[in-house]
Design a protein around this ligand. Structure first.
Ligand code: MRU
Length: 358
């Protein structure tokens, strides 16, 4: 049983709220926080209390609901304008993970469909509740399917390297990159995982190592600059990572440091797999060069998690993501199938496949 990183508490659309694991405190403390307003949801996403592309998408759906749940008394035209405004507020939380914008668009589209069908304000709120829950449930099912497909790439006895955290903490289900590991483990395959620490916010050390240990999977923590050495020693059979946005040509944006790992994997002839739902593929983006890269505060590098490690006035450059060119990607595992050696044609073909469960 994987950790559930966020959920909607209290059942109904009018009085519920979002409960989430406060990921910034892991692994020292496991506490959950209750998010009840849109500004608090924006803050939770920006602070990385909830993080990881699919989980941000699920949080955005619930954030929309928080924005409208007390508004069913408004007239329906006014409510539609408010729904649009709430979406624009939530969209400012973080720039790179496309799942945020994908989920917000989906929520606004749902409201428009219900509005055109004549729904009153209470009906609009009820529709958004249904849609937010559907985003969450579908994400969990997609994680499981990606896990099953990805597990076919994992042989008994393999050692895998991952970067950042793309597990249950990062999704509404069992994870993206970690899902094949969980399924392989369930299938009785013996696997070993090397987790990159993932400077500067240590998602690999704090979250992936914790999560895999909870699941009883053999995990070894390394610092980011050890990956080359570990590969040279022949200890890695495959790299598996998640993604925050995939361009339509197959370029993969993920946590800063992923590109370096991909280059190393190529040099050492190690397959480099990306596991991500199709909600992470942004067909409006032609290549990775067009993906907005978040920059984080300098303090996350100069004094992150503890004492100061650089002069107070040090000039800092802090991109939080990088882009791995498609040519370095062995395959992208989605819930609808595996894209080997991704190209624009193959990505668009995968996007055209039916929705899971339909
Ligand atoms: O800054 P974060 O922690 O939100 O970055 C997360 C990642 O880069 C993950 O690898 C990515 O979102 C895939 S999550 C399933």
């Amino acid at each position: 049983m994987n950790v559930s990183t966020l959920s909607w508490i209290d059942g109904d659309s009018q009085n519920g709220f979002c409960r989430m694991v406060e990921q910034t405190l892991l692994p020292a403390e496991f506490i959950e926080i209750d998010v009840k307003t849109v500004p608090d949801m924006v803050d939770a996403i920006w602070r990385l209390a909830v993080r990881g592309a699919p989980a941000i998408g699920v949080a955005a759906g619930y954030g929309m609901l928080l924005g409208v749940q007390a508004e069913a008394g408004r007239d329906r035209d006014d409510l539609m304008a408010h729904i649009q405004g709430t979406s624009e507020t939530l969209a400012k939380a973080r720039p790179t993970a496309v799942n945020l914008f994908w989920a917000l668009d989906r929520m606004v589209r749902r409201a428009k469909v219900d509005f055109e069908a004549g729904a009153d304000s209470a009906g609009l709120v009820a529709g958004l509740f249904e849609e937010a829950k559907a985003i969450h449930t579908e994400d969990a099912a997609q994680c499981r399917r990606m896990g099953e497909l990805g597990a076919e790439l994992i042989q008994d006895g393999m050692a895998l390297l991952t970067h950042c955290n793309a597990g249950a903490l990062a999704t509404g289900g069992m994870g993206t990159a970690l899902a094949p590991m969980y399924v392989a483990h369930e299938q009785g395959k013996k696997i070993a995982v090397f987790a990159d620490e993932t400077r500067p916010l240590l998602q690999g050390a704090r979250l992936t190592t914790w999560e895999l240990m909870q699941a009883g999977i053999d995990v070894t923590l390394i610092t980011d600059n050890m990956a080359a050495r570990v590969m040279m020693e022949g200890k890695i059979d495959a790299v598996i990572v998640g993604s925050d946005r995939i361009a339509r040509n197959g370029d993969v944006c993920n946590k800063i440091g992923t590109y370096g790992v991909a280059v190393l994997a190529k040099y050492h002839n190690i397959p480099f797999y990306v596991v991500a739902p199709r909600s992470t593929i942004d067909t409006a983006v032609v290549t990775g060069a067009d993906i907005p890269i978040e920059e984080r505060p300098a303090e996350e590098i100069t004094e992150g998690y503890g004492k100061r490690t650089a002069p107070a006035e040090a000039k800092v450059y802090a991109p939080a993501f990088d882009v791995t060119p498609a040519e370095l990607v062995t395959a992208i595992v989605t819930e609808a199938g595996i894209i080997e050696s991704p190209t624009t044609e193959k990505v668009l073909e995968m996007m055209g496949r039916p929705k899971l469960g339909s």
